[in-house]
Ligand binder design. Structure first.
Ligand code: C2E
Ligand code: CA
Ligand code: CA
Ligand code: CA
Length: 278
């Protein structure tokens, strides 16, 4: 009916308005959130499957906003990207995670690694490489203990500055990881073209390996291909020991997921490293 049509229309615009105002509110709050120290990093262990040892962590950002409460990265990272706030935010992530890594290396394990997420927009920052170089120098950590995680979205644009940036990062000795592998389109050609060191199998593939034979075949193929290309493999989102057993049988080397740990505080990581040292 006419009436129903109008209601649908009204409902639709109102929900769109809500979305827009939420976004505006987030944008407004994010502007001062860095100065207000509302961002912090948590760390999720990466485990060597064969030994069960924690060999490194992935740094993941958290925002506890005074006004809006906890906001998840999947909601605020895209906004930070299109406002440009991702640049200072990522500088915080790089500086803070390298500072923390230096402490862990000094106190527990000199080859302990950190994986840091880079977002597409950061590649348009002409100071990206020099900033990373400076933070490496200040913290004193070895470049090959740093891994930068990049999704295919970064590579898809085909801009030459991305080529240059990835080459410079490799030259510094920093390791490159392809994140969320299998969710994009032409991952294979990217793996060949750029010098990736690590491939992270997306958790959507890991999720069903024990129930879907089609998914199992896909994971087998991804692992075989990574091995052929000499890449290390990290399986993401490992939640069950059945999943872990399967991956271990296929000679997947590393795993990350709730089966081991959720992302945890730096103090909890230190405690874990202390136990591992003893
Ligand atoms: P991602 O890089 O793929 O990170 C993995 C996400 O999966 C994290 O969510 C992690 O908490 C979650 N996860 C880990 N193990 C499991 C598991 O066993 N099961 C399930 N269901 N989930 C698991 P988180 O921390 O909410 O981060 C979401 C996304 O936000 C990240 O996905 C990444 O794309 C982005 N992000 C987080 N921190 C940063 C950052 O510092 N910089 C940038 N540019 N992006 C970030
Ligand atoms: Ca990641
Ligand atoms: Ca991922
Ligand atoms: Ca992701």
């Amino acid at each position: 009916s006419k009436e129903g049509g109008r209601n649908t229309y009204t409902f639709f615009t109102e929900s769109m308005n809500l979305e827009v105002s939420r976004e505006l509110a987030l944008e407004e709050q994010m502007h001062n959130a860095l100065e207000r120290n509302e961002f912090r990093l948590v760390y999720q262990p990466q485990v060597e499957i064969r030994t069960g040892k924690v060999i490194g962590v992935e740094a993941l950002i958290r925002w506890e906003c005074d006004v809006l409460g906890n906001v998840c990265p999947e909601e605020f990272i895209p906004i930070a990207e299109h406002t440009g706030l991702i640049i200072p935010l990522s500088q915080f992530v790089l500086a803070e995670s390298l500072r923390q890594l230096a402490l862990w290396q000094k106190d527990y394990n000199s080859s302990f690694r950190i994986a840091i997420n880079l977002s597409p927009r950061q590649f348009r920052d002409p100071n990206l490489i020099s900033f990373i170089e400076e933070k490496l120098n200040v913290s004193g950590v070895a470049a090959n203990t740093i891994e930068l995680e990049i999704t295919e979205g970064v590579l898809m644009s085909g801009h030459s500055f991305i080529d240059d940036a990835l080459k410079s990062l490799s030259k510094l000795g920093i390791r490159l990881a392809m994140d969320d592998f299998g969710t994009g389109y032409s991952s294979l050609s990217y793996l060949r073209r750029y010098s990736f060191d690590v491939l992270k199998i997306d958790r959507s593939f890991v999720k069903d390996i024990t129930v879907s034979s089609a998914n199992r075949e896909l994971v087998n193929a991804i692992i075989a291909m990574a091995q052929a290309l000499g890449l290390e493999i990290v399986a993401e989102g490992v939640e069950s020991s059945a999943q872990l057993d399967y991956l271990a049988k296929r000679n997947c080397e590393y795993a990350q997921g709730y089966l081991f740990n959720k992302p945890i505080t730096p103090a909890e990581i230190s405690e874990m490293l202390q136990k591992q040292k003893n």
